[in-house]
Structure formats: C-alpha cells, structure tokens
Design a binder for this molecule. Structure first.
Ligand code: SOE
Length: 385
C-alpha cells in the first residue's frame, strides 16, 4: 500500500459495480480518512463494454482478465461485484496474493465455498468484508444502537420482509439471477440474505432454527437475448428452466429468545425494493422501512399512557450514524449512501486496523441460515441452523 492511497481493483461493473464505483469516487470527498481510494482498474468479460464502463464509472484502466488485478503489486484491494459463482475463486486468489477483499453478498453460492472463504480470511494478514450494505443505512445503524443499548428490553418479535416485483411478468427472460449455477439461489440468497444479516445485526442475536417454504411460480422463461445489465433483460428465442426460488418464507427462532417471520420475494407486485423490519421488545418497538430510509419509528412503552404512540425520528442529525459528514439536519440521503458508508468503514479499518464487519465469518453465518431454510423447505420440517 502506498502512503496515502488505497488502490482498488474491481471485478464486475454492472449494477453493484456501478454502486461500488459511486462509493469509491465519493468517499474521500465526504469523509476525512487516513487513506485516499484510488480507482486503479476494473475487470469484465467483454473488452469494449468494460472499457466503456471504466470510462463512465471513473476507473483509470480496464482489463478482461481479473487475475491481472490480483497479480498487480500496485493494487491493494480487490472489490468483487460479480455473480456469486465467481466470488470464491476471486476472493481466495486475492487473499492468497495478500490483497484486502470486499465481496458482494451473498458471500458464496455454496456452504463449502463460504467455509473456504471464511477460513482463508481468518488466516490472511489482509482484511476482508462482505457487502451487506443495509447495515450502513444510518436509520438501520441507529436501530441497532437502540436495541443493543437495551431500550427495548428483551426482544420478542422480529418481522422482516424484502419485497420486489421485477420478474412478475412470465415473459421476463432467464437472467443469471434465475439460474442456480450462477446465483446459488433466488430471492432467498439475493434479498433474503439481506434481511437475515440485518436482523441478526440489529438484534445481536443469531437465528438458531427455521421452518421454511420456497416457491417458484414461473418455472420456464425465455432465454435472454443479450447481456442483461442490472435487473433488466431482453428475451431472445427459446425457453429455459428457472432453477431458483421466486419466493422464500420462513419462521425463525433466535438464539436470544426472539421469534421471527421472514419473507423474501420477487413476486410482490408493485413493491420495487421494499425492505421493512419491525422489532417488538418488552419496553418498546422499532420499525425501519427502506422506502423511508431517513426515518426510524420508535414506540416507548415506558412513557405515561397518554404520551404513548409511535413517533418518527428523522435520522438526519449530525449525532446519528455517518451523518455528521453529510448535510445539515433535515437534508435527506438515499440508497447509494449505504455503499459510501461501506467504503468509509472499509478504508478506515484497513488504515487503522479496526474491526471490519460483516466479516466473511459473519457472512458464513448468514449462509448457514440460507442453507437451513433450503433444507427446511425441502424436508417440510423445523431445521436447526
Ligand atoms: C436485486 O434483487 C438487488 O439488486 C440485490 O441484488 C441487491 O443486493 C439489493 O440491494 C437490491 O436488489
């Protein structure tokens, strides 16, 4: 690592790659950090497309071979923004080469891969983190502060949904997110993983057992006509089998005594990116809704009866997580800021040796829950994580 720079090489440049690029571009302009992110090079499969992406997203160079990024002595960090089927290979190579690694969620497509990644990360001198970015929405981070400081007392209920609708149309093509060999699972791993991570983070409790069902409503879809960026796609001729879940629902028991309900679906017609979590405790409740991400709802059951009621905390104060670096109170932020906060924490921890969470071990913990959900759904029985 050079004295003032943290030199980044990113693999993948589609939706998540664009979000990470935005974060690396912005982070030092907002936060005062010991190291300055330098966007050295981005890797992708098609020379012309990755070169255009590099230009648009702000990378100095592009390559069609991610291994050259891992081999370069002038790169300190490998940022993995590819589909899940390449996370393990890239992360293991990067850690072996002494690079710090930021890996998009879910950590891997299988438990074996996730275990290998977690042990390589534990053995490495380099630092690593998995990109569960919603932990870094200020209102979600504040929710954790409230829960872990004991304001709610014992936690009784955790209610979590992550609702999308981008594949409701049966004519939507068979993009990589709908193929198990590329993505590992469907709604479960893609968005269910977020609410598993977020609820475990906010409550400080791990999920111990689950009773689940999964469903695939549309089992055959048109083959995609061209490389689909983001959540888009154009149909070509021919059909292929959908090999992942469209929806995953489960009940959960947390190790600390709370009980939970979880729903992750891509068939919630009209819900574009609806992540909502409510926590009920013995002294109060908290509710977070990503569509109103600058707010946290808080109910304090210890107030005198006539004063009780959910109140809306506008999470834009300088005393709230991450916000002192942004705008004056009341000047709201958005979805992309969670990635900037992720980049902030990554750079800070690499520079200072501070804690870097979620670690690959934390992300393996999420993966164990996803695995239990799949086992429970296929057995039709309560299953231990
Ligand atoms: C698609 O469902 C997706 O882009 C996820 O992959 C992201 O993790 C989520 O933040 C938004 O939706």
């Amino acid at each position: 690592m050079s004295a003032q720079e943290l030199r980044i090489g990113m693999v993948g440049y589609a939706f998540m790659g664009a979000a990470h690029s935005q974060a690396w571009r912005t982070v030092n302009r907002v936060f005062d950090l010991p190291l300055r992110a330098r966007m050295v090079a981005v890797a992708g499969q098609h020379a012309d497309r990755v070169s255009a992406a590099a230009h648009q997203l702000g990378w100095e160079e592009s390559t069609t071979d991610w291994r050259t990024l891992v081999d370069r002595p002038d790169i300190d960090v490998i940022d993995i923004c590819t589909p899940g089927d390449s996370h393990a290979e890239i992360a293991l190579a990067a850690l072996a080469a002494g690079k710090h690694v930021l890996c998009e969620k879910p950590l891997a497509n299988s438990l074996d891969e996730a275990r290998a990644m977690a042990s390589a990360a534990a053995a490495a001198d380099a630092r690593s983190m998995c990109g569960y970015n919603y932990r870094r929405v200020p209102a979600a981070a504040l929710m954790r502060e409230y829960v872990t400081s004991g304001r709610l007392g014992a936690i009784r209920h955790v209610r979590a949904v992550y609702l999308q609708d981008w594949i409701v149309d049966p004519a939507f093509p068979l993009v990589w997110r709908l193929r198990k060999e590329r993505s590992g699972s469907g709604a479960l791993g893609d968005i269910g993983s977020h609410i598993v991570d977020l609820t475990q983070y906010v409550t400080g409790q791990s999920i111990a057992s689950v009773s689940a069902l999964t469903e695939t409503f549309v089992r055959s879809r048109p083959l995609p006509g061209e490389a689909a960026a983001g959540l888009g796609g154009v149909a070509a001729t021919g059909f292929g089998e959908v090999t992942v879940d469209d929806a995953a629902l489960f009940l959960a028991r947390f190790g600390g005594g709370a009980v939970g309900t979880f729903e992750a679906t891509r068939f919630a017609t009209g819900r574009k990116n609806g992540l909502r979590i409510e926590i009920n405790g013995e002294h109060g409740s908290l509710a977070f809704d990503l569509e109103r991400l600058n707010e946290l709802e808080y109910y304090d059951a210890r107030l005198p009866g006539p004063e009780q009621g959910f109140r809306r905390i506008l999470v834009t104060e300088p005393g709230h997580p991450y916000l002192s670096a942004w705008w004056p109170p009341g000047h709201v932020i958005g979805w992309e800021h969670s990635f900037t906060h992720q980049a902030r924490d990554f750079i800070d921890a690499v520079a200072t040796g501070g804690e870097l969470r979620p670690s690959f071990a934390d992300a393996l913990g999420v993966q164990l829950v996803l695995d239990a959900v799949e086992r429970s759904a296929s057995a039709g029985a309560w299953t231990t994580v």
